[in-house]
Write a protein that binds this ligand. Structure first.
Ligand SMILES: [Zn+2]
Ligand SMILES: [Zn+2]
Length: 385
């Protein structure tokens, strides 16, 4: 019912894009300030575009973008590119491909800190993000969250808390989300416990005696059934560069905050290009769905236990969208090493790596041993009396 107006809207976006790329051929700024003509960037604190020079603020209209979830078959017709001119650099160390404003420079990879970054052409054929969560945590909040995090760490070098130089960069990281329906037919042997009384012989005080005991048995009964489930926004990371151990600890994103994609949101920020393509992403989502269905069907089998569970899934109505989620990637150097810390761009949650102070750990362990020795000595003394 809603397909027609949505398709029309799409065409609108595409014609808008052509306009933009033709104007981007001139050396003009992408988002010039209507007040003074300087470059504007997306400002999370103002929740709007802000001029770098005169601080003029321009609201970005939100209602215009309709967040559209597409059937898998429509991947070919999805809009392409980011809709603005960007510089693209690729990290040779971790493989992250990150775009930034044309006027900006990047000497190191935002994820791993490697200086092995090379300019490359933007992938104009990459599927355009359907929506994103605008970065909500500003640079000052990132700094204070990072300092608080450092203070809360145990057994770290004291000098770490006075750390002066670190570089925090806001990055939109790519994800796929998938919706689908699943019809699952299952069959299994349902197991029902029952108890039987067994008699057995044993030796008590050198004499053979007969005893009884309760033994649990299982009665197996073939069962079958089916169930229907719907999945909404199964989230698959499309990133290659990020330290995945950290990302998994960042915590979930509130996808209700997604807004329709507009190039304005990227102004002044990095955006990683997806490295996991739609097909691969769907393969991973499908595994998650199938695994979950197996678990749910297992829960449907009546009785106390089950065996030989077989599940046949029919997945339909698959819809996807490409989204960008905000994180801050912060790097600092300590003792000649680079450490990466990530800050959730929505909640401000901090996860990261930091060096340990082996001196402090050794002192702590020695302290424990001394305390243990004192306790032992006190106990020994108290027993003398
Ligand atoms: Zn201005
Ligand atoms: Zn890297």
């Amino acid at each position: 019912m809603t397909t027609e107006p949505v398709e029309q809207h799409d065409e609108e976006i595409e014609s808008e894009v052509e306009e933009e790329s033709s104007s981007a051929a001139s050396p003009d700024l992408q988002f010039p300030c209507p007040n003074c003509g300087a470059e504007m960037r997306w400002d999370p604190d103002a929740d709007a575009m802000r001029c770098n020079y005169c601080e003029h603020v321009v609201q970005v209209p939100r209602a215009e973008g309709t967040i559209l979830e597409r059937p898998l078959s429509e991947a070919g017709s999805a809009a392409r590119g980011l809709g603005l001119e960007r510089r693209v650099i690729r990290c040779d160390t971790c493989g992250a491909t990150v775009s930034l404003d044309t006027g900006e420079t990047a000497d190191v990879c935002v994820y791993c800190g490697s200086p092995a970054v090379l300019d490359q052409d933007a992938n104009r054929n990459a599927i355009r993000p359907e929506s994103l969560i605008p970065i909500d945590v500003g640079k000052d909040d990132v700094e204070s969250a990072f300092r608080k995090w450092l203070k809360g760490l145990w057994f770290r070098p004291s000098a770490l808390k006075q750390l002066k130089h670190f570089d925090a960069v806001g990055v939109y990281t790519p994800f796929w989300t998938f919706d689908c329906r699943v019809h699952s037919d299952w069959s299994a042997d349902a197991g029902y416990y029952y108890w039987v009384t067994q008699t057995y012989w044993t030796t008590v005080n050198g004499r053979r005696v007969m005893r009884t005991r309760q033994v649990r048995k299982v009665r197996w009964v073939p069962k079958w059934g089916s169930r229907d489930d719907a999945y909404d926004d199964v989230l698959i990371s499309a990133s290659l560069g990020r330290p995945h151990d950290l990302v998994n600890k960042l915590g979930p994103f509130d996808l209700n905050a997604l807004v329709g994609y507009r190039p304005e949101y990227l102004a002044g920020w990095r955006a990683e290009e997806y490295q996991v393509d739609l097909e691969t992403g769907w393969g991973r989502a499908q595994q998650i769905v199938e695994h979950e269905q197996e678990r749910r069907c297992g829960g449907d089998v009546p009785g106390d236990t089950h065996r030989f569970l077989r599940v046949a899934n029919a997945i339909s109505d698959t819809r996807w969208k490409h989204i960008l989620l905000p994180i801050w990637s912060l790097q600092y150097r300590f003792g000649g090493k680079t450490y990466t810390v990530l800050i959730h761009g929505q909640t401000g949650n901090v996860v990261g790596h930091a060096p340990y102070s082996w001196v402090k750990i050794t002192l702590f362990v020695l302290g424990l041993l001394v305390a243990g020795g004192i306790v032992a000595a006190v106990l020994a003394l108290s027993q003398l009396h």
